[in-house]
Design a protein around this ligand. Structure first.
Ligand SMILES: Cc1cc2nc3c(=O)[nH]c(=O)nc-3n(C[C@H](O)[C@H](O)[C@H](O)COP(=O)(O)OP(=O)(O)OC[C@H]3O[C@@H](n4cnc5c(N)ncnc54)[C@H](O)[C@@H]3O)c2cc1C
Length: 413
């Protein structure tokens, strides 16, 4: 039998993890990994945290070095985009005209940042943060500037605000059109803790206001808001979310609906064509709803499931969603469902900022927020999967260990 030709579009975290999983599952196949960025595959989370604060080197976020990819016989074509997928001829065409034939194809194209369309947005020293190149350019500028305006109080905007203040001592103002920080589905407890922390470190916030223009004489000098306020600044970071990179998939006729639609196995609407990572819209078995999740976890693990299925191994993706974010050396982790209507029980660990809040639905723990208590995550995951025989009072008591209570039971009042 001829060896199988696998092509992966997108050499980010999901693409790289998929390539390695393919090699594990099929020692003989030809694996071609194509990425638009000129860099070896790397993990993005540290860009707004450790790399920006200087605690972590950009080299340390590379997932696999060139020699390791060569050892796995993974062919890399970096700095090139795939411009077309020809499903009939089973080939992809690159921006330099080269084409590669595939038997099985994976799209791991991730997301691109949402742009602001206001006048002056092209002025120098206005940044967004998605790539390592963005991070290095921003870092260089922050070292020279006193004032930073962050547009958007989402996770990335707030992490940048914290890192800029912590490392460079910048005066930071965050402008947010909504009524508070983290407006997209974060639980109140998380919003309040992060907002209070940022305020305590001197970060200023303007809510319910929108940028109407950026102004300056050759470089950014002022941010004009619709309220009429003018913020003087020498650097701006725009963090207003991302858009899934689905254009290529849509042009090829794959089903696209807030991401590339895949089934539990990572297969798209076209047989033999898979997608993985942040770009996918999939049914989350735990949340029982279709979601597109912007997180490290989905890139890391859904990619492996999809790669295994490209080799016919038959496994489905059913993880409990988990996410973390870091601000001023404080770690916040969310797992499972933390919706607004759920009952909450909080365990305080005595430190100023250390707690675990459990989210409970009809006696079952369905989620948690761990603030500087990441050690609880594994047990909460177990409790969500298996159940826990414990009272609410015990749950709130930091001296009670959770592990011995893990059984198929529920939380009692
Ligand atoms: C600054 C930052 C901080 C983050 N922090 C956290 C965190 O704390 N916790 C957490 O859980 N998650 C975090 N995330 C999210 C997480 O990093 C992403 O969800 C993850 O990187 C998604 O990986 P991916 O491989 O699916 O997509 P991506 O990382 O976006 O990779 C996709 C790659 O495909 C390439 N590509 C796209 N189209 C084409 C094409 N046509 N041809 C060739 N190549 C193409 C792109 O250039 C890109 O390199 C953060 C993200 C950022 C940007």
């Amino acid at each position: 039998m001829e060896p199988c030709n696998y092509v992966i579009i997108g050499a980010g975290q999901a693409g790289c993890r998929a390539a390695i999983a393919l090699r594990d599952a099929d020692p003989d196949g030809r694996i071609i990994l194509i990425g638009a960025e000129p860099h070896l595959p790397y993990e993005r989370p540290a860009l707004s945290k450790g790399v920006l604060t200087g605690a972590v080197s950009p080299q340390s976020i590379i997932i696999k070095k060139k020699e390791q990819l060569d050892k796995f016989a993974i062919e890399t074509h970096l700095g090139h985009s795939v411009e077309q997928i020809n499903l009939g001829k089973r080939k992809v065409v690159l921006d330099d005209g080269r084409s590669f034939r595939f038997d099985k194809l994976m799209l791991a194209t991730g997301s691109r940042v949402r742009r602001l369309t206001v006048s002056g947005v092209e002025l120098p020293h206005i940044y967004s943060l998605r790539t390592v190149d963005d991070c290095m350019a921003l870092s260089k500028r922050l070292a020279e500037c006193r004032h930073l305006v962050v547009v958007g109080a989402g996770f990335i905007g707030l992490e940048v605000a914290a890192s800029a203040r912590q490392r460079f001592g910048c005066e930071v103002t965050v402008v947010e059109s909504g009524a508070g920080v983290l407006q997209r589905g974060a639980p109140d407890e998380l919003r309040t803790s992060i907002y209070t922390l940022h305020r305590s470190k001197g970060i200023k916030f303007l809510f319910g206001d929108v940028v109407s223009a950026f102004e300056g004489n050759g470089i950014i000098e002022r941010v004009v808001l619709t309220s009429g306020k003018i913020l003087h600044t020498d650097c701006v970071v725009i963090g207003i979310g991302v858009i899934p990179e689905t254009d290529l998939a849509a042009r090829a006729g794959l089903e696209v609906k807030d991401g590339i639609v895949v089934d539990d196995f990572g297969e798209t609407s076209q047989p033999g064509i898979f997608a993985a990572g942040e770009v996918t819209n999939h049914l989350n078995c735990f949340l029982k709803t279709k979601v597109r999740i912007e997180s490290w976890q989905i890139a890391q693990n859904q990619s492996v499931v999809a790669a295994n299925n490209m080799c016919g191994l038959g496994s489905s993706y059913n993880e409990i969603p988990w996410f973390w974010t870091d601000h001023f050396d404080n770690n916040f982790q969310l797992i499972g469902d933390t919706g607004p209507t759920l009952k909450r029980v909080t365990r305080l660990y005595g430190e100023v900022l250390q707690s675990t809040t459990f989210y409970i639905d009809k006696g079952i723990i369905v989620g948690a927020l761990c603030i500087n208590s990441g050690k609880d995550i594994r047990l909460v995951r177990e409790a969500i999967r298996r159940g826990i025989n414990i009272t609410q009072e015990q749950l709130a008591d930091p001296t009670i260990k959770l592990k011995p209570h893990l059984t198929p039971h529920s939380v009692q009042a």
